[in-house]
Design a protein around this ligand. Structure first.
Ligand SMILES: [Fe+2]
Length: 522
């Protein structure tokens, strides 16, 4: 869709011709060359090999991203340890003739030669196209879109959400299809990379041992981002991203690693993982990591139609109770000190929900909120890594939905490589209790490899958990169409990912009407 540019001369001409302000910006950058910033380096390979991206749109601005990496899989991306000046421009048309903003940014080695531009002064609710330029090389073109004006009442939002893209487990065929969807934005719920060592894998392999250092994580992102389908998905619309565990390490909790290590060693690793995440995502300066800390939770408003509370359920959580795993209920789950969000994020979420003017209040987050019992019959067992492992706080969130009459909460979830559609009730032991929201759990892009339409033990899980309305075990993503009266979720799936060319199908469609908090088959 946005191939690497094959005719640099034509492209360069159209880039320059489209913008007198670009020339002014180039002159300005030359006059700033007194410092250690270079703008005329020769690259021995195309420096935009990892593509472009945009994200965190606002009504008047959006983040534009790229990273200079002429030999992406080599140390430092094949870049010398110097800073480079990169020009950018954003236009109202795909031909880049009507440039509305342009400027320069510095790509420095301390941040992996990544570029994060906050393009401002844009018009709300419209498409834009953007490109970068360095030393005569022009980046692929990206398309992005601003949010509707604050306080407006848009009549429709279309977006997709996705997660879990283990590179070795499968091809990104789902991203090929996703890149052709007609949507305003894309939400990614984490497991953008996996940290594991390369396996002897017939399909495709990781490029190192397990990732621990900044260098390791950078190389891992470069590998994932070298996939053309992922690049195409980034280039077609703005992304709103959050992480789960594998961006650092499987099932870590706050400052506690998923496998034994000293706290100090783990925090060094977390700092490396967080920095590499920031470097490779279209995030705002407000998310810039400081050592092992990074502020990722934030709110985006699609007018008064939908508010997105983007959550971080990894950085602030307490340790998984009962030694993680899938365990029966135990009174320790009701310990008020157990938390997935941390007090500060929880207060911010609760206040944000109370004040929200939106018809639909979205929690874009990682782990399943419905309390799904995985044991058929009288026994019970719940995932200690998901919300049921933090039962006190889970009940508190659902109680908040009810007590404060939060309008139409919709929880979006990734993590478990399975599609689910769940009604959310205040008391999962009493299905007559009040319905307070719905949850859409999206499957993986590739993690888990080829799936199946019916997951193992489908009938057991449905019989055991009547609030689970739908379950499916194929790979794919979820496409949502949101109007003031209804939320519709289409579970878009591909039948296989271990060979190319899988077609896309809408395997299930579920709707909830505004004010109902109840799922029905579409
Ligand atoms: Fe995952």
């Amino acid at each position: 869709m946005f191939p690497v540019i094959s005719d640099p001369i034509m492209t360069r001409r159209s880039f320059v011709a489209g913008s007198s302000s670009f020339l002014a910006a180039a002159l300005l950058s030359t006059s700033r060359l007194a410092g250690a910033v270079t703008s005329s380096a020769k690259f021995d390979a195309y420096p935009f090999s990892l593509g472009v991206a945009s994200g965190d749109p606002a009504p008047d601005s959006v983040v534009l991203w790229t990273r200079l990496a002429p030999r992406a899989l080599e140390p430092g991306g094949g870049m010398p340890p110097e800073s480079f000046e990169v020009s950018w421009q954003i236009a109202e048309d795909e031909g880049m003739a009507r440039v509305v903003r342009s400027g320069t940014a510095v790509a420095n080695p301390q941040w992996g030669h990544s570029v994060h531009v906050e393009a401002e002064g844009l018009q709300p609710a419209r498409w834009y196209w953007y490109q970068f330029k360095v030393s005569g090389h022009i980046s692929p073109k990206g398309r992005t879109r601003t949010l509707p004006p604050a306080g407006s009442t848009p009549d429709r939002l279309r977006f997709v959400f996705a997660s879990c893209q283990h590179y070795e487990a499968g091809l990104y065929t789902a991203f090929e299809h996703l890149a052709r969807e007609d949507v305003d934005l894309i939400v990614h719920l984490g497991d953008y990379i996996y940290e594991g060592a390369a396996r002897d894998n017939p399909l495709r392999c990781h490029n190192s041992g397990e990732t621990f250092t900044l260098h390791d994580y950078r190389a891992r992102y470069a590998l994932y981002k070298s996939d053309p389908a992922l690049q195409a998905a980034h280039a077609m619309a703005p992304w709103i991203v959050t992480w789960d565990d594998h961006e650092v390490m499987n099932n870590y909790a706050g400052d506690i690693p998923g496998r034994p290590a000293t706290r100090e060693d783990f925090l060094l690793r977390r700092a490396a993982g967080y920095q590499a995440y920031f470097e490779h995502m279209p995030l705002r300066r407000s998310a810039l990591p400081k050592g092992p800390d990074m502020l990722l939770y934030r709110k985006l408003e699609f007018g008064r139609l939908a508010s997105f509370h983007v959550l971080d359920t990894r950085q602030y959580r307490t340790d998984q109770p009962q030694d993680d795993g899938t365990k029966p209920f135990h009174p320790v789950l009701l310990d008020p000190k157990g938390t997935l969000l941390g007090a500060q994020q929880r207060d911010w979420l609760f206040q944000g929900l109370e004040k929200s003017p939106a018809t639909w209040n979205v929690l874009a987050q990682q782990v399943m909120m419905a309390r799904v019992d995985r044991v058929p019959g009288p026994g019970e067992a719940y995932s200690m890594d998901q919300w049921p492992g933090y039962e006190f706080e889970r009940r508190r969130v659902l109680r908040h939905f009810m007590d404060r009459k939060i309008k139409n909460p919709v929880v979006l979830t990734g993590d478990i490589h399975t599609n689910y559609a769940n009604d959310l009730v205040t008391d999962f032991d009493d299905l007559g209790s009040q319905r307070v929201g719905v949850e859409f759990v999206g499957t993986s892009i590739s993690s888990g490899g080829d799936g199946s339409i019916e997951p193992p033990r489908l009938t057991d899980i449905l019989a055991e958990n009547p609030f689970v309305k739908y379950r499916n075990n194929e790979r794919g993503y979820v496409r949502c169409e949101v109007t003031p009266g209804q939320w519709k979720a289409d579970y878009r799936t591909v039948p296989y990912v271990t060979r190319p060319g899988a077609p896309i199908t809408t395997r299930g469609s579920w709707v909830t009407a505004a004010g109902r908090n109840q799922l029905e088959r579409a």
